[in-house]
Ligand binder design. Structure first.
Ligand SMILES: NC(=O)c1ccc[n+]([C@@H]2O[C@H](COP(=O)([O-])OP(=O)(O)OC[C@H]3O[C@@H](n4cnc5c(N)ncnc54)[C@H](OP(=O)(O)O)[C@@H]3O)[C@@H](O)[C@H]2O)c1
Length: 395
């Protein structure tokens, strides 16, 4: 029998289908029609692209953020015989669609929290790209993801690498995990020049082409900080057993150091369709469109320590983990506000870390008993961060 023939197709729902991860996931799924079936798609504002995706991938349900965009989707939905839902209800319906075995959570930022949590509560396997939801609500998300958090599968290439390295290993025999970081566009920029960098420069990542928010997070290294918090909850390891190393080539996606000193790493070409496919297919693996690494040509692998003075966001993320409770949610909210302010020209690049630091200093960490507690911490920290922006009133 041909590989894949006679195998039940896995139903996939995508939250954030019009974004960088969503589009790459749909490209991958279209190339593996015998393995996956798109059952539901949700987008924010890009109704034109969603309509095109509905025509091409024929989901049973399509959700759009704003009810005013429904007329733009009507013709495509009629052709595909898809139902359309708008607003928060739409996102929740996609997250819990009965035909979905796996939900790809690829909305950006805190907006992804409620639908991602809802998918876990509905018993779905969640392929998690929306790291912010795990940063905000780590303990609650883990609890909702099964006894050992097994229904939460990472899409981030670093965590996908760790997930793969840990297959068959005992956590007690792991000394630490080591997340690799490319270092972003300012890896070698002197500290004194960072105040002048523009959003255009910050958006130019040397390795990955991604959405705007994660591109800025990669430039400040807050992305790596968020990933440390993400790793803490995905792999149930304390922060002191999670390290970061700069690896500019981005060929090793992350590593696991065992107690006997052996270091296991996962390598691959930097193509997000690789970790997306793994998250959708695991525990199985099968051939897909991502090429293997070409090891026939000479190439070097470099490793450097992170300069935490030049990139203070990484240390701030560790600090929020130590503070515990709602502190990582406050860090995330402050960062989202500061990144938007930088993108709109209201804040200089080093101001992002300063705003986050000030918010963390004033935040009183509270225990997270429910998603409402998380949302409350998010709201408060956003308001504090807004007040700290130039012209925001708090100076
Ligand atoms: N891009 C990567 O290579 C990469 C790698 C690792 C992890 N991630 C993570 O994956 C997530 C997505 O990143 P991305 O780069 O794909 O972002 P992106 O290109 O900005 O896409 C974001 C997606 O979220 C949707 N969205 C935003 N706000 C929404 C809301 N309120 N309601 C419903 N949908 C909403 C957008 O819809 P519209 O465009 O229709 O408004 C879009 O589909 C992030 O958490 C990021 O950290 C990304």
């Amino acid at each position: 029998m041909e590989p894949g023939k006679g195998v039940a197709r896995r139903g996939v729902a995508i939250l954030g289908s019009t974004g960088s991860i969503g589009v790459q996931a749909l490209d991958l799924i279209a190339r593996l029609p015998e393995r996956f079936e798109v059952v539901a798609l949700a987008a924010g504002r890009n109704a034109a692209l969603l309509a095109e995706q509905v025509r091409r991938h024929r989901p049973r349900l399509a959700a759009i953020g704003d009810a005013g965009s429904i007329p733009e989707l009507k013709a495509a939905a009629r052709e595909a015989r898809a139902e359309i839902v708008a607003g928060r209800d739409g996102l929740l319906a996609v997250a819990s669609h009965p035909g979905a075995e796996v939900v790809l959570a690829a909305v950006v930022g805190a907006a992804g929290l409620t639908p991602t949590y809802h998918a876990l509560k509905s018993g779905k396997v969640v392929a998690l790209a929306n790291k912010e939801s795990l940063v905000m609500a780590g303990p609650l998300m883990r609890q909702a993801a099964g006894e050992r958090g097994e229904r939460l599968v990472p899409v981030d290439s670093e965590h996908s690498a760790v997930h793969q390295c840990l297959r068959g290993e005992h956590l007690a025999e792991v000394r630490r995990i080591i997340l690799t970081a490319s270092g972003g566009p300012f890896r070698t920029t002197p500290a004194g020049d960072l105040a002048q960098v523009t959003p255009e420069q910050a958006l130019k990542h040397p390795v990955w082409e991604m959405g705007k928010k994660i591109s800025i997070d990669s430039a400040t290294l807050m992305n790596k900080g968020l990933e440390v918090i993400e790793a803490r909850w995905l792999f149930d390891l304390p922060p002191e057993r999670i390290d970061v190393v700069l690896h500019p080539q981005s060929l090793i996606h992350s590593m696991v150091e065992m107690v006997d000193g052996s270091v296991i790493c996962q390598m691959g070409v930097p193509d997000m369709r690789g970790p997306i496919q793994y998250a959708l297919s695991q525990p199985e693996r099968f051939a897909g469109p991502v090429p293997a690494l070409d090891l026939s040509r000479p190439q070097a692998l470099e490793f450097h320590p992170v300069d935490r003075d030049r990139f203070p966001c990484l240390g701030l993320a560790y600090r929020s983990l130590e503070a515990g409770g709602s502190a990582p949610a406050a860090l995330n909210a402050a960062n989202e506000v500061a990144v938007q302010a930088f993108l709109s020209g209201r804040l200089a690049f080093p101001g992002i870390a300063r705003v986050v630091e000030r918010v963390l200093e004033t935040h009183r960490p509270a225990p997270l008993r429910s998603i409402d507690d998380v949302l409350e911490a998010d709201r408060t920290a956003r308001a504090t961060a807004e007040g700290l922006l130039p012209g925001g009133g708090a100076g």
